[in-house]
Every structure is written in structure tokens, then in C-alpha cells.
Design a protein around this ligand. Structure first.
Ligand code: IMP
Ligand code: MG
Length: 182
């Protein structure tokens, strides 16, 4: 596998494929238990990063009460933190429902915070959050992550759905990416 290009290089592997699979299996059990008494859960998957791990997670959970919806996240440059993120997708039917928002990584927290604000406008019963990874950094928005597979150090990571400019998403592990110096 070619993990190199002229500017970037995949460095240390933090989570191997087998470790990720085991963590996701564990997450599946936690989520099943947390929603054991619930008939319907609307899962809002933030594209593109969360697609890969939620595919595996909900294949393991294998319960049709979890209804997956996909939301598109776009970032624009803007002055106010969070004002530069828009989340698109139909969430009109979340009123009165249990909602689980899934993202790939909790970094600054701005994306999840924006997603939660958008969903709250539709008056769900409750919102919980699920992330493959939490970055050990000073989050700009503090979010309670209800379900999380692993934490990673404060660096740029790729693989398992996480990309750098559309690349490296397909790597079967999570690794640090050495970014070109600015
Ligand atoms: P936040 O809004 O800063 O919490 O970051 C959320 C989004 O930023 C994630 O959905 C990722 O798309 C992206 N992101 C943050 N850190 C990384 C990283 O280390 N690698 C790849 N994408 C990242
Ligand atoms: Mg993303």
C-alpha cells in the first residue's frame, strides 16, 4: 500500500484494524444496552467521515429500530466560530424521537455542537452522541460524548473514514499524518 505522497506521510499507527474492530464491537454492545427499552432510534450520520465506522457499527448491532439518516457537513470561512459550518439533510421526522448523532472525531466540537443545535430545533425526545475518536485537545465546545471507541493524541489522524483532502479514508487503521509545514 502506498501511504506516501510528495507532501504528506502516514506516521505512527495508533489503532490497528483488529483493535478498531474490537472497539467497535464493544461500542455496539454499549449502544444496544443503552437503547434496550427504546423502540426507535434515529441515527444521524455526519458525512463523509462517520460513514465507514457506522457501517460496521450498525451491521454489528443488526437491529432495524436504528434508522440511519445521512447529513452533509460543509465548512465555509467565517468570523464567528461555528458560523462557518452548515449541516444539510432532512431531519423533519426527529420530533419526539430518540436521536443519536454520529461523527468520526470530536476535535474542536464545533461540528457536533452545530449538529446538535440544528436537531434541537426539531424537538427530539433526547440527543445522544457517538464518535469513533476523541482527540485529546482543548475542545472549543465541550460536548458530552455518550459513546466513543477510542481517544487519540492531539495530532492529525487519517484512516477508517477520516481523510486529508479526500485521501487516506480507505486506510484500514488510524494513523498520524505528517502534514506539510505551512
Ligand atoms: P470539530 O468540528 O473540530 O470537532 O471536527 C470535526 C470534523 O473535523 C470531523 O468530522 C473531521 O471531518 C474533521 N477532523 C478533525 N480532526 C481531524 C483529524 O485529525 N483528521 C481528519 N479529520 C479531522
Ligand atoms: Mg468530517
Amino acid at each position: 500500500m502506498d501511504c506516501h505522497d510528495s507532501n504528506t506521510q502516514v506516521e505512527q499507527i495508533f489503532l490497528s484494524g483488529p483493535v478498531l474492530s474490537a472497539r467497535i464491537a464493544d461500542l455496539a454492545e454499549q449502544i444496544k444496552a443503552a437503547y434496550a427499552a427504546t423502540d426507535r432510534v434515529i441515527v444521524l450520520v455526519l458525512l463523509n467521515g462517520a460513514k465507514r465506522f457506522t457501517d460496521e457499527l450498525f451491521r454489528r448491532i443488526n437491529d432495524r429500530k436504528f434508522q440511519l439518516r445521512y447529513l452533509t457537513v460543509r465548512s465555509y470561512s467565517g468570523a464567528r466560530p461555528g458560523a462557518n459550518i452548515t449541516i444539510a439533510g432532512d431531519i423533519t421526522d426527529v420530533a419526539g424521537q430518540e436521536v443519536l448523532i454520529a461523527d468520526d472525531i470530536y476535535d474542536t466540537g464545533l461540528t457536533l455542537s452545530e449538529a446538535m443545535q440544528k436537531v434541537e430545533q426539531s424537538r427530539p425526545l433526547r440527543i445522544r452522541t457517538c464518535c469513533l475518536l476523541e482527540k485529546q485537545t482543548r475542545h472549543k465546545k465541550k460536548i458530552a460524548i455518550d459513546f466513543k471507541a477510542a481517544t487519540v493524541p492531539d495530532c492529525f489522524v487519517v484512516g477508517y473514514g477520516l481523510d486529508y483532502n479526500g485521501r487516506y479514508r480507505d486506510l484500514p487503521f488510524i494513523a498520524e499524518l505528517n502534514l506539510p509545514s505551512l
